[in-house]
Design a binder for this molecule. Structure first.
Ligand code: S3P
Length: 433
């Protein structure tokens, strides 16, 4: 059911300390790898949201088992028994990661499967994974334009591949590596710029050797392993931005992932002159994390975002635009054309919504120029996109008259506790009548 969210301007500073939800990318991988492994794996800090529930449900249809125990999730993987043929279509909901990673696994199985999703997911490009999978000997039928549903004819005799991906995409890279896990020989993936490396980091933890490239030799079995999921730097970025823009705020976000393939948003905050301190840098579960202290920053400056940083902040561009709307001068984002094929066309959706809120901007095929300035009330649409919805909500906290967001239920795909967390810090977001 469609949810209309009314955000009123923050009347008081945001204050408090909290741990943002578990990392979505790492949670998907923890569910898939533990579900494939032999034995029981304990996962702490897992994100429970629409997207990760799609992965868990699919893995259960394929034979893996999960149970809640003492605040953690315990997985019983299929191990040597192998995955079982699913009954019916595997529903990936809104999640590109679920669909693309599982397609890699399923292409190599001795049974057929069908992967489908919601209207947003079934309109996103899947040719980028179908191409390398077919080069490995897989058979994947898609709808026109390479869109899901994907009808996968399983082939347990895939061949390893050396694949130069034309896009920097962790979903493509992970799809090929996961298919390669079941293929004959070595599979290697290169990409123009390094995308998030959670797959390469986590597979060795489950006993799978990952070589340079990254590369993987087929035929390796996964062994159960315990996982600690850090807080999601992408979800934390919404709270961080709220703290930077609401006068008088001071917020501490604990245990946030600071993997260098994910942390560029925070580097841009520093470039803009934002008051961000990283406390207690440490490693948790093989990932660098830290506590972030953010204070209201009235003197933010617009910046040219270094294009080579884009892959390490691709999911944070919508919220960066909201932050840039509060900065003095122009912020320029380029080489971010991948945003056009996310849960929505994020360049178009953010440009439309921010312009309606009174922000001066120019849209380009691969980015936006935005001049900071006052914003005002508007009714904007999430367009099936959690991150656009949350970005509008945060800007609404400092816009004259707030903001109203249509389709705000999509926030639950990555951050079901978003409203509660903001309320805990002192902001009000209410369902509109
Ligand atoms: C993800 C990779 C990114 C990112 C998505 C999660 C992942 O997509 O936008 O939210 O978990 O591998 P691409 O691989 O398409 O860039």
């Amino acid at each position: 059911m469609s949810l209309r969210l009314h955000v009123t301007p923050a009347a008081t500073p945001l204050n408090g300390t909290l741990r943002p939800p578990g990392d979505k990318s790492i949670s998907h991988r923890a569910l898939i790898f533990s579900g494939l492994a032999a034995g029981e794996s304990r996962i702490e800090g897992l994100l429970v949201s629409g997207d990760t529930t799609a992965t868990r449900n699919a893995m259960e249809q394929l034979g893996a088992r999960y149970r809640e125990e003492g605040g953690a999730l315990v997985a019983t993987g299929i191990g040597e028994a192998g995955l079982q043929a699913p009954e019916g279509v595997l529903d990936m909901g809104n999640s590109g990661t679920a669909m693309r990673l599982l397609a890699g696994v399923l292409a190599a199985q001795p049974f057929d499967s069908v992967l489908s999703g919601d209207a947003s997911l079934n309109s996103r490009p899947m040719g980028r994974i179908i191409k390398p999978l077919e080069l490995m000997g897989a058979k994947v039928a898609a709808d026109e334009g390479g869109r899901a549903p994907l009808r996968i004819q399983g082939n347990p005799k895939l061949r390893g591949i050396d694949y130069a991906s034309p896009v920097s995409s962790a979903q493509v890279k992970s799809c090929v590596l996961l298919a390669g896990l079941f293929a004959e020989g070595v599979s290697r993936v290169s990409e123009p710029r390094l995308s998030r490396d959670h797959t390469e980091r986590m597979l060795p933890h489950f006993g799978v050797a990952v070589g340079e490239g990254p590369s993987i030799e087929g035929g390796q079995a996964l062994r159960a392993a315990d996982v600690i999921v850090p807080a999601d730097p992408s979800s934390a970025a919404f709270l961080a931005t709220a703290a930077l823009v609401v006068p008088g705020s001071e917020v501490v976000l604990r245990g946030v992932g600071l993997n260098p393939t994910r942390d560029a948003f925070y580097r841009v905050v520093e470039l803009m002159g934002g008051d961000l301190e990283i406390l207690d840098r440490r490693t948790e579960g093989g990932e660098p994390v830290g506590d972030l202290r953010l204070r209201y920053s009235p003197d933010l400056r617009g910046v040219d975002v270094p294009p080579e940083w884009i892959p390490a902040m691709i999911d944070e561009v919508p919220i960066l635009l909201a932050l840039a709307a509060r900065a003095r001068g122009v912020t320029r984002i380029r080489e971010a054309e991948e945003l056009r094929v996310k849960e929505s066309d994020r360049i178009a959706v953010m440009a439309r919504g921010l312009a309606a809120m009174g922000i001066d901007l120019t849209e380009y095929p691969d980015g936006i120029d935005l001049t900071g300035g006052p914003s005002r009330f508007a009714r904007v649409a999430s367009s099936h996109d959690h991150r656009c919805a949350m970005s509008f909500a945060v800007l609404g906290l400092v816009s004259e008259g707030g903001v109203e967001i249509e389709g705000a239920e999509y926030i639950d795909t990555s951050y079901p506790g978003f409203r509660a967390d903001l309320a805990g810090l002192g902001a009000r977001l209410e369902a509109a009548a």
